[in-house]
Design a protein around this ligand. Structure first.
Ligand code: DGJ
Length: 747
């Protein structure tokens, strides 16, 4: 049993032997929070875990005769503002011309086998009912005639609980929702490091940390996309938590638009986490009988450090978030023509690139931006989704045919949500662009299509479906190169403009839903000017995402390391590109570029016709190496070993679930002069009693994890003949295989 209820004490305990989440109905009918963390054994009564409140002169209290019962200090499940709790609430709703102090009290509960999906929204899912159980608590506000449902799902074999809220208007008047968070969590203390992933274009998801202090610390987006700048991920780790040990709570919001994730530390040093749609500018009009559903928050608890947390997210997303079809399917090694040609190509050039790539063993050719309308640079044609016959006079069909004759699959780039002012579509439908009647701000010379309008989504569906069918597409890179300004739809009433951002992303999800249902074999890679929408909402449809436009191997260490906090390595599009690198002008060895890119969905983003014979030979080896190990990258457990944010060295590894094999990546950014010290790298996740073969030696698992793997000798200015590595931007990848039939005494 994963959900225990005690109706006498009105308590609920979700547990699966790994985590426990316990709450109750307090005497005023609101939900109180009792505990979240490592699994506790079940007992009939947990009321002793409730905060013992000490009345203070300053606090307001709910009951005249009980000064200790103050919502200001009680830990709650889904707090509202207005009656003695002064912290930021989870919910704020009301009806026009009436007092706006919601008062939701417990009504009933339901336990559901499995996990219901969230209408119109991406969310984690199950394949078999036994994989999860869901507790639904119904609360009612008798004055507003509104029903609030809080959903808690616990997964059977994972330290994961997901939460969401929905609200139903049972009254006769319009309900105005100003805030409806996916989750709120009151933690008893503030002794945490607020850890998040921040950056900008070309340096996304760098790990940032700061100590929680009294006040509000938040990450958010108001850009209409989850954003390059803040990922909807937050971890609260204890000060001494490391990669391998210690307590950490991880939160990820399954949403791709405006969000907020914040922690409010109050005057008693307790911490309240809230995560949900950003309330700024949000105002939803809920008509009688309608329901509004919040997106989902995934919560992970680990007492095994950051790796324990990340692995829980990775396992969940691989098994319960990405489209089922891609769980076990191998992703093709691709070549993308963007950095090879930019907009300057013709059919012959593309076919030559594809031919040369196919000889190297590459499996998929992706034609990026510039194949449609009159798009010779980024100033025109978005929206005109028909092939540019000047560049490809024989059409896409002929190109696809030539590519498939090379034994390769064919993929295309789209930017469906955009419209160029210089396009036939804009000339025909200027009102289809997002913007106020007198103001449109350009970004990358383009405007955004109003995806809050179903007829526009329908139009894009027809266009894309037709091209997919006609060209037998295997892959789509779905880009989104600017954020939304003047968030105004010419179709929505003035008092509905607060719904715009959410309606927009529902339109995006709707298009993804229809295309992925209709064409389950087409692999979608999400992209937003690189990693501007790398979030679990997108991952529900697109199992891989273009991690960053920055393809520099050294920059990628930080980007991929940060991204791996929440997202499986196999979801990260990672390509080998030419040097000097187009984003940093840095020159790194070809081996290091591949050694970094292996830990992702592998590909190339260069002109293979410009490679030397030696480089071609090296690339052929890289490709066959990746083909051998991509199953391990897809299914294995990922361990962070050395962080690029604190060291000159970075290391990580992937271990198969049965611990029989592993792949280790080791990277050193700058060479160390006169480096004589014995260099070793302590590994993780292996079976300590198993013997493993690696780099020509045999070690036991415990030796590799405690004494460490001996790194090859580094050039020190003298030992040049025995040196196996050296120079800046050096790296090594080690394949480790267990030797089942060797016994200790044989070694
Ligand atoms: C931004 C993407 O991230 C790039 O990979 C490329 O597709 C360009 N857009 C094309 O305009």
């Amino acid at each position: 049993m994963m959900i225990h209820t005690n109706l006498k004490n009105k308590q609920f305990h979700l547990t699966n032997g790994q985590v426990s989440y316990i709450f109750n109905v307090m005497k005023n009918g609101h939900l109180g929070h009792l505990y979240y963390g490592n699994a506790l054994r079940h007992r009939n009564d947990f009321s002793h875990l409730q905060t013992v409140d000490v009345p203070t002169a300053a606090s307001c209290h709910v009951y005249e005769d009980d000064p200790a019962f103050s919502l200001e200090t009680l830990r709650q499940e889904y707090p509202a503002y207005g009656n003695s709790d002064f912290r930021e609430p989870a919910i704020h709703v009301g009806i026009e011309n009436a007092p706006n102090v919601p008062n939701f009290t417990y009504d009933s509960y339901k336990i559901l086998k499995g996990k219901p999906s969230l209408k119109g929204l991406p969310s984690t899912y199950i394949n078999e009912a036994y994989e999860a159980s869901t507790l639904q608590i119904i609360l009612k506000d008798e004055f507003l005639h509104v029903e609030l449902a809080l959903n808690y799902t616990i997964f059977q074999d994972k330290p994961v609980i997901t939460r969401s809220a929905s609200i139903k208007n049972n009254g006769t008047e319009k309900l105005i929702i100003e805030r409806l968070m996916g989750a709120s969590l009151d933690l008893p203390d503030k002794d945490f490091i607020f850890t998040h992933l921040a950056g900008t274009w070309s340096r996304e998801r760098h790990v940032k940390e700061r100590k929680l202090e009294m006040g509000i610390q938040a990450i958010s987006s108001l850009r209409g996309a989850s954003s390059h700048h803040h990922n909807p991920f937050l971890a609260l780790k204890r000060p001494f938590t490391t990669e391998h040990t210690g307590e950490v709570y991880g939160f990820n919001f399954v949403y791709s638009s405006n969000f907020i994730m914040q922690v409010e530390v109050d005057h008693y040093d307790t911490a309240r986490l809230t995560a949900g749609i950003h309330p700024f500018g949000f105002k939803w009009n809920l008509k009688p009988h309608e329901v509004f559903q919040s997106p989902e928050v995934v919560m992970v608890y680990s007492d095994q450090g950051l790796n324990g947390m990340s692995q829980a997210f990775h396992n969940l997303y691989r098994e319960h978030l990405i489209p089922n079809h891609w769980r076990k399917e191998e992703r093709p090694i691709l070549i993308n023509n963007w950095e090879a040609t930019y907009f300057d190509f013709n059919e012959e050039k593309l076919v030559n690139i594809a031919k040369s790539a196919s000889e190297l063993g590459i499996e998929l050719f992706v034609l990026d931006d510039g194949w449609f309308g009159k798009r010779n640079d980024d100033t025109s044609s978005l929206g005109d989704w028909h092939v540019d016959l000047n560049k490809l006079p024989n059409g896409l069909e002929s190109l696809t045919k030539e590519i498939s004759e090379l034994g390769m699959k064919f993929g295309l780039w789209f930017e469906p949500e955009m419209i160029s002012p210089n396009s036939d579509l804009y000339r025909e439908h200027p009102d289809w662009a997002v913007g106020t009647p007198h103001q449109h701000t350009l970004g990358r010379n383009q405007l955004v299509l109003d995806f809050s309008r179903p007829e526009i989504v329908d139009y894009l569906y027809e266009k894309m479906a037709e091209i997919i069918k006609r060209t037998n597409l295997s892959y789509i890179k779905w880009d989104m190169n600017r954020n939304i300004t003047e968030a105004f739809s010419q179709k929505l009433a003035l008092n509905q403009q607060g719904e715009f951002f959410h309606r927009y992303i529902l339109g995006v999800y709707n298009l993804y839903e229809r295309l992925t249902n209709e064409f389950p074999n087409v692999l979608f890679e999400s992209c937003a000017g690189g990693g501007g929408r790398f979030d679990p909402g997108m991952m529900y449809y697109a199992p891989q995402a273009w991690t960053s436009d920055d393809t520099d191997a050294i920059e990628r260490l930080k980007i991929q390391y940060g991204t791996s906090f929440a997202y499986p390595v196999y979801s990260m599009g990672s390509h080998v590109s030419a040097v000097p690198n187009h984003q940093t002008l840095r020159t790194t060895p070809l081996s290091t570029r591949a050694n970094t890119a292996y830990f992702g969905t592998f590909g190339y983003e260069l002109d293979p016709l410009k490679l030397s014979e030696d480089e071609r030979l090296e690339i052929k080896e890289q490709i066959s190496f990746y083909k051998k190990h991509r199953g391990l990258i897809r299914d294995g457990l990922f361990y962070q070993l050395l962080s690029p944010f604190s060291e000159n060295e970075t290391a990580w590894m992937v271990v198969s679930q049965d611990q029989s094999e592993a792949l280790v990546g080791y990277y050193k950014v700058l060479a160390t002069p006169n480096s004589l010290k014995q260099q070793t790298l302590q590994l993780s996740g292996l079976n300590e009693a198993k013997a493993y073969q690696v780099a020509g030696r045999i070690y036991y698992g415990d030796e590799l994890m405690q004494a460490g793997l001996q790194l090859p000798t580094e050039f020190n200015g003298v030992n040049s003949s025995s040196a196996k590595r050296g120079g800046d931007f050096q790296s090594n990848v080690f394949y480790i295989k267990s030797i089942e039939d060797l016994h200790f005494n044989d070694l």
